[in-house]
Design a protein around this ligand. Sequence first.
Ligand SMILES: *Cc1c(COP(=O)(O)O)cnc(C)c1O
Length: 374
Amino acid sequence: MSRQPYIPISQVALGADEEELVVAVLRSGHLAQGSMVAKLEAEVAGITGAVHAIAVSSGTAALTCAIRALQLLGHLAADDEVITSSFTFVATLNAALNAGLSVRLADIDAEYCIDPASVAELITPKTRLLMPVHLYGLPCDMAAILDLVDRHHLLLIEDSAQALGARFHGQATGSFGLGCFSFYATKNITAGEGGAITTNDDELARVLRLLRNQGMAGRYDYETSGYNFRMTDLQAAIAVAQLRRFKEIQDTRQDNARRLTAELAGCPGLVLPLEPPGRRSAWHQYTIRVTDDARVTRDELAAHLGDQGIGSGVYYPRTVDDYPCFAHLPQLSRGPLPRAELSARQVLSLPIHPHLPLGGIERIATAVRTALVA
Ligand SMILES: *Cc1c(COP(=O)(O)O)cnc(C)c1O
């Protein structure tokens, strides 16, 4: 119907910078992990303020390495308990389960991040690790999380896959504990596939570097059984090129979010996303809730937007454990999850990426209003 350009929920824009750096890597003849990966690591350390950044092949690899490094150094035993969010991408859960940990799933707060009060209720004497997820780019309530970490002597891994550059009272996500980032195609900064782990601990950094490279300390000198989780210089070049525009990309996302909020303010049947005091989002997603008294359901709104040439996304349609493959796993348990379950039914993410066409925000807002205003 509409002749206006389709607006996808996410869009990678690869330009002259990416071409230049990828071609430079090709011409160097050095494709495997090398100087471009080192450059990416320096950039990630700079953004997060962490002492070390270790690039790996994906965000899932980052989580896997982070857990394994804690186990290897004796901080975490195989069957220790981790508490993480019930409202996250499956990679968070997979990394914990595949490491042999027992997983307890907590509910979320009003902004979709793990709820510290729900975490507190799940802590047992076996709990050793907290894995908060900075969902949609918004930092969790790190003050409350750090308080639990201190009081119960817990370890901390932040799933920051969606939150590069987000800040809690000025401190970057990923710098509170071990930070795990993703450079997957749809993330704010992409390498196609890729990830990174940040830490201030020299020994953890050393072990993480071993683990991504077969546990090898020197040529054929194996210190532990490791993985091949290396990133290539080709992938790193793509991310390094994007990081040249990092501030511009972040500012555009934030500006788009603010404009969309201004346009949608007061629209009946909607709950708009916000940044609670001190929590500055990376705005990976702009996620609204379509309440039960709205004129249309969440899925009807998504269909209506699709008819208008506007993409949207449901992150996530179920709590992370609500799949037959995870049912009856003795090592997986959950507390009451009223907010996560309600959110799974009601959330819808709208496009705010930096490549919206001119007038895109107004088009999205008009389409949403048309569906919801009688
Ligand atoms: C993307 C993502 C991951 C995994 O990253 P990959 O690079 O896709 O492996 C983990 N956790 C969350 C919350 C994510 O959004």
